[in-house]
Design a protein. Structure first.
Length: 142
C-alpha cells in the first residue's frame, strides 16, 4: 500500500527468522541501503517483525527511525517493553537478535515483516507499507 513515490528502502526484499540456540534472529532486508537517520522531523520509518503464537500471544520487535537515528523497540502482549537484545543495521539489512526467554522460551509461531515509511510534510502525506510474506504470516519453524 502506498501513496506517492517512497524511497527504495521502503520495500522489503527478504525477511528471515532463525533459531540460534538460546537466541532468535530476525532479519529484514530492504531494496535500498538504510539511512542512519531520517532527513527531517516529518519523515519516519519503522521496520518490524510481528509474531503470533499458537495461543494467540503477540510479540513485535522492530526499530523506528527518525531524524535522531534508529531506536529498537519491543512489544509483548501489546505492552511496550525494553528491547531485550541487540540490533544492527548493515547496508539494507536490519538484524535483531533476542533471547528465546523474551518469548517465554522456544515456541512455534507465525510471523511477518513490516516496513512502513511516511513523510508527513504537506497536506497529503506520502507513505508506503510493505508486508512480507503477507499478513497471514509464515510458520516458524517452517
Amino acid at each position: 500500500m502506498r501513496n506517492g513515490v517512497p524511497p527504495a528502502y521502503a520495500e522489503i526484499a527478504a525477511a528471515t527468522v532463525r533459531g540460534l540456540g538460546d537466541d532468535l534472529e530476525l532479519a529484514v532486508t530492504v531494496d535500498g541501503e538504510l539511512p542512519m537517520r531520517m532527513p527531517d522531523e516529518d519523515t519516519n520509518t519503522i521496520i518490524a517483525v510481528k509474531m503470533r503464537t499458537t495461543d494467540d500471544s503477540e510479540f513485535v520487535l522492530g526499530a523506528h527511525a527518525s531524524e535522531q537515528g534508529w531506536k529498537p523497540f519491543a512489544k509483548w502482549y501489546g505492552h511496550k517493553r525494553p528491547f531485550p537484545g541487540r540490533f544492527e543495521i548493515r547496508g539494507g539489512t536490519l538484524t535483531m537478535t533476542i533471547p528465546w526467554s523474551f518469548l517465554d522460551g522456544p515456541r512455534r509461531f507465525r510471523w511477518f515483516a513490516n516496513a512502513s515509511w511516511i513523510q508527513s510534510a504537506g497536506v497529503i502525506p506520502t507513505y508506503s507499507i510493505d508486508l512480507a510474506p503477507s499478513a497471514e504470516g509464515h510458520p516458524f519453524p517452517g
